[in-house]
Design a binder for this molecule. Sequence first.
Ligand SMILES: NC(=O)c1ccc[n+]([C@@H]2O[C@H](COP(=O)([O-])OP(=O)(O)OC[C@H]3O[C@@H](n4cnc5c(N)ncnc54)[C@H](OP(=O)(O)O)[C@@H]3O)[C@@H](O)[C@H]2O)c1
Length: 290
Amino acid sequence: MQGKTVMVTGGTAGIGRETARGLALLGARVIIVGRNPDRARAAAAALTAATGAEVTPLIADLSSLDGLRGLAARFAEEHDRLDVLVNNAGGMTPERRLTGDGVEFTFAVNVLAPYALTCLLLPRLRAADAARVVNLTGGLPDGTIDPANLQAEKRFLGWTFAHYNQAKTALMAMSRSFAERLDGDGITVNVAYPGHAYTPGNQATPARAFPYLFRPVMPLLKLVGPLLLSDLAKSARSSVHLASSPDVAGRTALYVDARSRIATWPKGALDPEAQNAVWSLCRSLTTLTP
Ligand SMILES: NC(=O)c1ccc[n+]([C@@H]2O[C@H](COP(=O)([O-])OP(=O)(O)OC[C@H]3O[C@@H](n4cnc5c(N)ncnc54)[C@H](OP(=O)(O)O)[C@@H]3O)[C@@H](O)[C@H]2O)c1
């Protein structure tokens, strides 16, 4: 990764920070994106000290279209090409919530932000030699996508993770469409499953976001979580692999599991009607197209 420029969203904490560390250790110049300027500056300084690589912070709220546009513009001012974009940041809410743009939050952060940021950074990705885009899925992305409920317009099943699961399946559907559209452009688009990790995101998830049956054992999960799921480097492996390994050079539309093995795409993400619905919604909400 010597000489390569990489952007990792959500790179100031959790799995994204470990992904940034992994790629910096391979010699990449890494830009980490987070919302909180102090956390971002501290993370960049710590990663630079730990890896000897150039790690710099950029601040943006990825749930906001203005935030995404500002991020891409600031990146483009300082860099003439982007070799790897890791759309790592994700999230969920226990209740249906809208962003300032009026987009349902889970869809905005997990699906719309990767779509918009990839579109906005395409000129810089095209300027690189064989650029890679890596999108992170999660939850149980093996259900169906309801095209009429992408923003939980009909119902929001936060407490079963159903909406988060659907958003991650929709991200995968969008990633497949993106890979097909960029095929022949020299840019690959692949999806990584990180596996479970004890991160700020899931530490902050309130009990009411969990299925009822889980709630009584929540205190136990809080106790064992740090013991069993603290090795974030394990959860960053699949992203680092797709971002850097020569084994996947030039290969697009791959889905890899937490051990970086090629996995079968969930049926829901391959459904043409669902792919079209997700793509159309992303295009109309952002007015961006690759
Ligand atoms: N953790 C798991 O068990 C697990 C399992 C499967 C899949 N995943 C997926 O893996 C990815 C990383 O998960 P994680 O648990 O490491 O996440 P996390 O703990 O929530 O990650 C925190 C990082 O994301 C940034 N971030 C969150 N929302 C943002 C926003 N709206 N704008 C800009 N930055 C934002 C934070 O920035 P600040 O410092 O500003 O807060 C921080 O850098 C996500 O896509 C998640 O869905 C996680």
